[in-house]
Design a protein around this ligand. Structure first.
Ligand SMILES: [Zn+2]
Length: 331
């Protein structure tokens, strides 16, 4: 190595290191990426997924509106579930905290992830709320998950109020944050929670890069998105052009928006295996969980949750250029 190289190396060693996450950071196994192409799913644990029909019991639950008894992984209470729709992912309301199925699936992965990392047993988000040195950023300020975690000492929540606000501004005592342009500092958060948010972002991977930026090394983003496990490429349904106008590529799809009940929220993308590959390139190691725990009110065939862990060594990753030649518009 040249003297200049040695000097640069020693300067890098002297640079202040960021504070580490209280979570046990992910330790990279001794597997190195072999080539730009062969490693596209390296680091992602993908379980085979199937479109299962509802079981007999689940059909009976839909018919009767009664989802059975069990322990809610959000509020921790022993309770029962109210079913109001065949779409079980968006149903099964906890009679105590009103959390639905997919929030409990997300809570299951949060508890599992933190329990494994911290070596303690966390049974529900109510247990997580008692952790004093964990810094959590939740991108909603209205759900049962928010209400459960709100008493935490190091808890930040936000909503998206519209283009006219800048990230960090407060509106009715709630912070506005644009996930594609967060005002939070680098390497400051242990755990980020988003629930069915990324499909509504014009550039979802810019938001993933922002989350990577604010996470401490070893920190994690636990999230749900509409995910089609049978496809490879994301389905891009709309884009924002250079002039800032929305261009529809497919007929518009809107989801329920708790802040804008009359308008709904436009879907820009549905995600597929490509998402795992692109997260890997940003620097995340992503685990994909398909959760089914009827005794915890997690039923149906679509409770998929993702856990993206900030990799310790992003400099060893190939760049995102691999995707530049692809034909999807938001790349
Ligand atoms: Zn509950």
């Amino acid at each position: 190595m040249s003297r200049l190289g040695e000097l640069n190396k020693s300067i890098r060693r002297l640079e202040p290191q960021p504070s580490r996450s209280v979570l046990d950071p992910y330790v990279m196994p001794g597997i190195q990426p072999r080539s730009r192409f062969s490693d596209q799913l390296h680091g992602c644990r993908v379980y085979p997924l199937y479109y299962d029909p509802l079981t007999r019991l689940e059909k009976l639950m839909v018919k009767t509106g009664f989802g059975g008894f069990g322990t809610c992984l959000v509020c921790g209470a022993f309770t029962h579930w109210k079913i109001h729709s065949e779409n079980l992912r968006e149903s099964g309301y906890c009679r105590k905290c009103t959390a639905m199925n997919r929030y409990r699936a997300q809570a299951y992965v949060v508890c599992k992830s933190l329990s494994d990392a911290l070596g303690i047993r966390l049974r529900s988000l109510a247990d997580v709320a008692k952790l004093t040195n964990l810094k959590v950023y939740n991108t909603d300020a209205h759900s049962a998950v928010h209400r459960t975690l709100a008493p935490m000492k190091n808890y930040i929540c936000s909503e998206y109020f519209g283009d006219e606000y800048t990230s960090g501004q407060c509106f009715n005592n709630v912070q506005h944050q644009d996930l594609m342009n967060l005002s939070l500092p680098d390497k400051s958060i242990d755990l980020v929670l988003t629930a069915d948010v990324f499909e509504h972002l014009p550039d979802p991977y810019r938001a993933h890069r922002e989350i990577f930026r604010i996470l401490k090394p070893g920190g994690r983003h636990i999230f749900t998105v509409p995910f089609d496990q049978a496809q490879y490429l994301d389905e891009v349904r709309a884009v924002v052009d250079d002039k800032g106008s929305i261009q529809m590529l497919k007929p518009p799809v809107y989801h329920h928006d708790p802040l804008r009940l009359d308008e709904g929220c436009l879907v820009y993308s549905f995600f597929s295996i490509e998402m795992l590959s692109r997260l890997r390139r940003i620097g995340f190691r992503t685990n994909m969980y398909r959760v089914k725990r009827p005794w915890n009110g997690i039923f149906g065939n679509n409770s998929t949750v993702f856990e993206a862990i900030k990799w310790d060594a992003p400099s060893e990753l190939p760049s995102e250029d691999w995707f530049q030649g692809s034909n999807a518009p938001h790349r």
